[in-house]
Unconditional design. Sequence first.
Length: 249
Amino acid sequence: MSLLRAHNLRKDYGGVRAVADMSFAVDAGDMVALIGPNGAGKSTCFGILNGQVRPDAGQVLFDGIDITAWPARRVARLGIGRSFQIAQTFGSMSVRENIQMALIARRGFVWRFIGPARALFVEPADALLAQVGLEHVGDRACATLAYGDLKRLELAVALANQPRLLLMDEPTAGMAAADRVDLMTLVRRIAREQRCAVLFTEHDMDIVFAVADRIMVMDRGLLIAEGDAATVRANPAVRAAYLGEDDAT
Ligand SMILES: Nc1ncnc2c1ncn2[C@@H]1O[C@H](COP(=O)(O)OP(=O)(O)OP(=O)(O)O)[C@@H](O)[C@H]1O
Ligand SMILES: [Mg+2]
């Protein structure tokens, strides 16, 4: 049984059909890229999956449970994480404290009630920092991190919730090219080690082809192709809708 199943998802914004009819599945531990031109409906899809967008039609099943239109917090608790929301890190706190906070929140505590919370979850926090290669900056204020390291911290914060599926919407946006490949290679390694599935969007085809096990191509709210890099690259509809943009330049 697939970990995630989406059936006939649809979402309209006024007259705009953002997602027309999307059905797909993601298996445990799968690293899947969702690609497509600007406005294809990728972010809307992600929003439906994690409960931030209510679909007009369709169904989302996670681990066999119908989670359609569940509130985002409940979806997160069940094991669907959404990473790389910069606002979720706290600049004045240390890197380690940001992770500790995520670990504390997962157990239902509230940071301000804890008082001297610095002693809680230090070891698991350091283990997560080491996992993403940030063990050397644990004591630094978040605000002083280089952009690439902030992205790694966001990954660690997402992993603190022990997701079984991680949704990553353009996780490498704004990063230098070399750092982008490094980050996604790290994500893939961690996903395999923890058997956490990853569904990500990415506009850089080199990264997509390098790290994705499987690629789904969306255009105008529809899934137009699906498969490994070679299959997708060779698909005429994909070339016309998406890769064709490059040919024209
Ligand atoms: N909250 C919203 N209100 C109105 N229209 C929206 C909203 N969100 C998305 N849309 C529209 O729905 C369509 C799909 O948008 P979406 O952001 O899902 O595409 P995308 O594939 O993520 O694009 P990009 O690659 O640019 O991030 C677009 O036409 C967009 O303008
Ligand atoms: Mg988007």
